[in-house]
Design a binder for this molecule. Sequence first.
Ligand SMILES: [Zn+2]
Length: 143
Amino acid sequence: MGESLATLPSVAFQPGALQPEPRPSGEIDYRLARRRLLAAFRAGRVARHEVCDAHPELRRAGAQVGTPTRQRCPVCDDALLSHVTYVFGPRLPAFGRCITSTHELQRLAQRKGEHTAYVVEVCPHCAWNHLVRAWVLSPGSTR
Ligand SMILES: [Zn+2]
């Protein structure tokens, strides 16, 4: 418990507020929801501050421990998106644990109880953020 994660973000986002798009594989894909949200934003039905609302901790995680992508931010087009992984489950913080390595993900997958991983994309520049995918961890499967 703790380890070097003490300074890492523990408060990031609440999965309860999200509307998943279930797929046959059991994995949840959020691309459709993302497309709809961006379309609403471009049409002026959703304000910028509503889509660029990443929690400061999430922004920091994106900048410091996130996995850089080659994808430009769909809102500001000014920075590359970063992927941050959080895991929720028994004996983990209520707002999830920010995962910084595949090894850590593998360790959590071995634990008893259901653990769910969420990958969030975040723009370090404008604070755009959205869920990319979510899945239930199981031993031997870490993505
Ligand atoms: Zn941006």
